[in-house]
Ligand binder design. Sequence first.
Ligand code: ASP
Length: 323
Amino acid sequence: MSIALFTLGGTIAMAGGSNRLTGADLTDAVPGLVELGRPVEVQDIAAVPSSNLTVATMLDVVDAASKAISNGATGIVVTQGTDTLEETAFLVDQVWPHSNPFVLTGAMRNPTLAGPDGPANLLAAARVACSPAARDLGALVVFSDQIHAARWVRKTHSTSTAAFASPNAGPIGQVVEGQVRILARPDRQDGVPGRAEPAELEATKVALYTVTLDDDGLLLEGLADTHQGLVVAGFGVGHVPAALAPVLGALAERIPVVLTSRTGSGSVLRSTYSSVGSESDLLQRGLIDGGFLDPYKARVLLRLLLATGEGLDEITGAFAQHH
Ligand code: ASP
């Protein structure tokens, strides 16, 4: 009944200069980990800033984690940089086929600073990874003793140790006095069927376009010639300037275009406003309702779906799970 720990780098492993801590160094620095009574089997995969992680790397980690589960591991912990953690966690959630917890964590303060948060986060993550209460919840992010569902978690602060939050739903659990307390059990959603192969992933280009004040839409020109999908981060409930509405409508006739909100929380609407460039106008022009999904996770999902060969109906259905 071991825990499989995969390390990918990030602030949690920064030991000053170009020195990087290994998984063994990380676990050695955690008081209380041995007392958990679960051996931690470490695999050091990468030592990179999380800005350098790729979808292909994360799918390889999922494969290695699956193998660890087949070999008897109770749960998985991944340590990585925090910058892309909300995206990697969501990606894992889409493809993780097991009931066993898959927990991702990191740190905001590196080990050379006063009050590094890595050891506490790693200990809490290990507790969640081996907790029966955390089974069947998919991928989880554990940070500052809070347990977040991958589909809702956001990095909401650039430096605070309380950087992770789930603005739409709150954390689904907490680690209290070393006990894992699950407060809400969201149903697992259908993940992405099939496995995206590296060549397909490489060939699947999905753009993210954030709409801004007085937007000229210039970057959208010719986009369907170079990309297979587009996520639009619209104003508020999913609005764009009127001049962009026909441009997006024309793109939606050629590639899937998903409508999300750039606000950071809340859902896009469907039928409240009707002016040109409003949410209902854009949906009528063929854009896909991204619901509560933030633009970054929407891009991960659309790329995975396209890379596995899913068509428009399946893509629309996958996003409908987030309404
Ligand atoms: N820039 C770092 C990274 O994402 C930040 C961190 O780990 O917290 O790799």
